[in-house]
Design a protein around this ligand. Structure first.
Ligand code: ADP
Ligand code: ZN
Length: 213
């Protein structure tokens, strides 16, 4: 499958992506995960990206496109991909179209996960993420706690609240999403690629996506 997941922060893109890769050979490509790794490892990219991320702003398009153009050409992408958190702006979507055309790759569709703001706010403040960059498992203190408090079930690393998950940064991320990313709904709808999915349970969303292929 070659799909893009669109949806507000907290809509469940990360969780859905991980469930999809369990049923499919496609790779999960999250620009957020890539950037958090880079920040953690203090690479040149990470140093440039950190300030934007901590305040809930978008990292500049040019940085993102550099990463993604390379990433798409790695061999594991040939079996398909699930983009999570990319593209995030109209310029990114336009640049992606050019790259896909150049590589002769066609998208199956763009799944737009539709969730209420209240749900999203509640999820983000209670979300916890594994601090191990190669794991990044997602938990929730209310609905999906770790078995041992603050320790990842999968790898045993500490589970933390992301630095962009303070209330202030969350509100900024939601606003950034509304202003910069929601125009992509129209963009892909005009191309006939949009599939709106009312986000119910994760399993329902996954089934709907699989059925749409
Ligand atoms: P969420 O969707 O939950 O807000 P992500 O993990 O997708 O979180 O992204 C975290 C942060 O990484 C964003 O707030 C932004 O600063 C940066 N980021 C991720 N993807 C992109 C992108 N495609 N373009 C610009 N910035 C991005
Ligand atoms: Zn872990």
């Amino acid at each position: 499958m070659r799909i893009i997941l669109l949806g507000a922060p907290g809509a469940g893109k990360g969780t859905i992506s991980k469930l999809l890769t369990a049923r499919n050979e496609s790779v999960h490509i999250s620009t957020g995960d890539i950037l958090r790794n880079a920040v953690k490892e203090q690479t040149p990219l990470g140093k440039k990206a950190k300030q934007y991320m901590d305040s809930g702003d978008l990292v500049p398009d040019s940085l993102i496109m550099g990463i993604m153009e390379e990433r798409l050409q790695e061999p594991d992408c040939q079996k398909g991909f699930i983009f999570d958190g990319f593209p995030r702006t109209i310029p990114q979507a336009e640049a992606l179209d050019e790259i896909l055309a150049k590589l002769n790759i066609q998208l199956d569709f763009v799944a737009n996960l539709d969730v209420d703001v209240d749900v999203v706010l509640d999820r983000l403040t209670t979300r916890r993420t594994c601090s191990n960059p190669s794991c990044q498992a997602i938990y929730n203190i209310k609905s999906m706690p770790t078995k041992v408090e603050d320790i990842c079930d999968k790898c045993g690393s500490p589970v933390i609240q992301r630095s962009d998950e303070t209330k202030e940064a969350i509100l900024n991320r939601l606003e950034t999403y509304n202003i910069q990313t929601t125009p992509l709904v129209d963009y892909y709808s005009q191309k006939g690629l949009l599939k709106n999915i009312k986000a119910l349970s994760s399993d329902d969303v996954v089934n709907e996506i699989m059925a749409g292929l």
